[in-house]
Write a protein that binds this ligand. Structure first.
Ligand code: AMZ
Length: 331
């Protein structure tokens, strides 16, 4: 029986493989019933995984999916820094009463993620989102001037003047949440004046849009709001599922699919990323227009390694450089 030299793990086993997906056959070990195939994960921090041949024969664990990599989907991985009173924090499901403080030096944190290969940084002024007033500008400006990658900011951007001030201060993009629902005309005007610079943040609780630091919930469907910005020049929609945010429990794929299908504006997934597998699972909806993913708590907790995630799913996916299957082994 012939097996391809390179393998792609399919969903049921992704958990077992710690989210690693693409494997190369190293060889066989053991004899008779103890014969096993030795596989190497195709990522820089490779690891060896020994799979019983029987499992391969049964196709219960693996399928030869390598060929699909000739047209790989990729997605921008955007690390997030949420600022509360100048510190890097994460909230659980957006609850200001459930704060974890991760780093007191946001500039050092931002520089670290840039060094690991991030191509963009996502900043949230949590005080600003709640009060409508900028509170963390000192940290925002320090981060923006220290970094060479583009930085986007949301939280408390409630007027055209404020948005334009931020763009002039070196922010690459501004994210508008509350005003997208309260003053949609303002968002459309700004997006028309600053193409590629205005992002709408749609944060949803059970499919309904939440605003003002997620303290208030509207009766507007998140997908309807997304639709209403079609053709306005909005650069992207950041779609956050509040129930999963800060939980590491996995993204809400169905909600993201609905958001991606609602309009042709690129969608950036936010909320719930806990593992590399979670990030990889988004590839299934990448063709619908999900172009990026925001990762927060998982980076601080170390359950996602940024450099590794960038290799697995970012524009420079390591497996792309690997030659197509060049042979097979006989079992
Ligand atoms: O965690 C929260 N409670 C929270 C949060 N992360 N509340 C708002 N935000 C973020 C949104 C969006 O990026 O995801 O603030 C921005 C929206 O702010 P505003 O002020 O425009 O509604």
């Amino acid at each position: 029986m012939k097996w391809p030299q390179q393998w792609t793990a399919q969903p049921p086993v992704l958990g077992l493989t710690r989210g690693y997906r693409h494997f190369r056959v190293l060889g066989e070990i053991g004899k008779a019933k103890a014969r096993r195939l030795e596989l190497e994960a195709v990522l820089e921090r490779g690891f060896r995984l020994v799979v019983p041949l029987q499992a391969l024969r049964d196709r219960s664990l693996w399928q030869p999916g390598w060929q699909s990599l000739s047209r790989p989907a990729s997605m921008q991985i955007i690390p997030a820094i949420d600022l509360l009173d100048g510190h890097c924090v994460r909230l659980h499901q957006g609850d200001y009463g459930q704060v974890t403080r991760f780093n007191d030096d946001p500039v050092a944190q931002a520089l670290d993620w840039q060094r690991q290969g991030a191509e963009r940084l996502h900043l949230v002024d949590l005080d600003g989102a709640k009060t409508g007033q900028p509170v963390n500008d000192q940290a925002v400006k320090a981060i923006t001037s220290a970094l060479s990658i583009p930085v986007q900011l949301g939280g408390g951007v409630r007027s055209a003047e404020r948005a334009e001030e931020l763009l002039q201060c070196g922010l690459d993009r501004v994210i508008l949440g509350t005003v997208a629902i309260e003053k949609p005309e303002l968002v459309k005007e700004l997006a028309g004046r600053h193409p590629g610079k205005v992002v709408v943040g749609i944060d949803a609780k059970d499919g309904l849009v939440a605003t003002r630091g997620w303290v208030e919930t509207s009766t507007v469907q998140a997908t309807e709001l997304a639709k209403s910005f079609e053709g306005t020049g909005v650069a992207a929609i950041i779609s956050t599922d509040i129930a999963t945010d800060g939980t590491l429990a996995g993204p809400n794929i169905e909600a993201l699919r609905a958001m991606a299908e609602a309009s042709s504006i690129p969608v950036i997934a936010s909320g719930g990323i806990g593992t590399l597998e979670d990030i990889l699972s988004l590839l299934s909806i990448a063709p619908l227009g999900v172009s990026g993913v925001i990762v927060g708590r998982a980076l601080y907790d170390g359950t996602v390694d940024l450099a590794e995630a960038l290799q697995a799913i970012g524009p420079a996916r390591l497996q792309d450089a690997i030659n197509p299957p060049s042979g097979s082994i006989t079992v």
